[in-house]
Design a protein around this ligand. Sequence first.
Ligand SMILES: *Cc1c(COP(=O)(O)O)cnc(C)c1O
Length: 372
Amino acid sequence: MTTPNHYPRLEIDLQKLASNAACVTTYARERGIEITGVIKGCNSIVEAGKAMLKGGCTGLATSRMDQMRRIREAVPGAQTWLLRLPMLSEIEDMVLLSDLSLNSEEVTIGKIEEVCGRLGKQHGVILMADLGDLREGFRDFEAMMALAEEIEFRMPHVVLEGIGTNLGCYGSISPTTENLTELVELARAIEARLGRKLRYVSGGATTTLPLLLKGGVPEGINHLRVGEGILNGRDLMVFWNTPFPGVVADAFTLKAQVVEVKEKPSYPIGEIFVDAFGEVPVYVDEGVRVRAIAAVGKQDIGSHEKLLVRNEGLRLIGSSSDHLILDVTDLAPEARPVVGDVLEFDLSYPAMLYSTGSASVEKVLLNGETVL
Ligand SMILES: *Cc1c(COP(=O)(O)O)cnc(C)c1O
């Protein structure tokens, strides 16, 4: 049951999520690409995962094992992927809770083989190639091919399901026809050594969607792992200037209650030192302004810069752990919020990540259920 008066409140429109997923999966499927839905960005709220499956995603992925356990319990039939390279200390849980994992270390895969042997299980691995973004994956492709053979011919419980890459995460490197062609060529080389086809050649995440829309994803890439592009739909618009046709960016709505409205100078009074987070923001003196404080803060959203206002005339100017400060001067006086009013915001990916993980934020599905 929902608590009608609880704020901050995060409302999640599952229909919009399912429809976003359908837009992406349909477009990709027509080009021979399967989509795994990534739900780590919303703390793996399982209903969001179910909406993605309804929208045509063929499996669900997250980066953390506690979230994986929830997914497995809620949708036992779904194919599950662990995205962050597994820790040696979580291999047992991983083998029990996820069907596939992304990997780059022989010692870890050796441990998967050992645990699977003991439990009488099989586990699928995707070997990661680092094509320049410099997060996870092999830079030495010869070593990667050798490990592929080792898995194929000497590890009966580990199934080499494919290879993949991750771009645009650490090194901010864009997926291109060139670097993804490198991945396809690597897959073909491994297939030649194994004498069989690989099930997956996984060409990245949301950041590969703009290239897909431009027709630049090379033949041979048959899988993507997409989170933001379905959940949030904002990065493609903001950073790539290529919104995905049909995807809406307002499936998540944050609601926060106003606790103060006062006229105040816009420039702090006294000696400027550092704010609550040890930073020195830039303050612009615009004279006396009307400001509102809403009861939600960095702990719930990361930073005010990660929220977007829905009404023209509202300006987000600052935040501390528990406070969000807005300039409301540009609203007509009768339209300005008063204490007790509830303001609505759109979220960018970091704000979605923090708010879904914040215990103080009530998460409400638009069918009225509360996410516990
Ligand atoms: C987070 C993650 C994804 C999904 O990223 P989005 O930008 O949300 O699409 C895909 N692959 C890996 C390895 C990840 O860590």
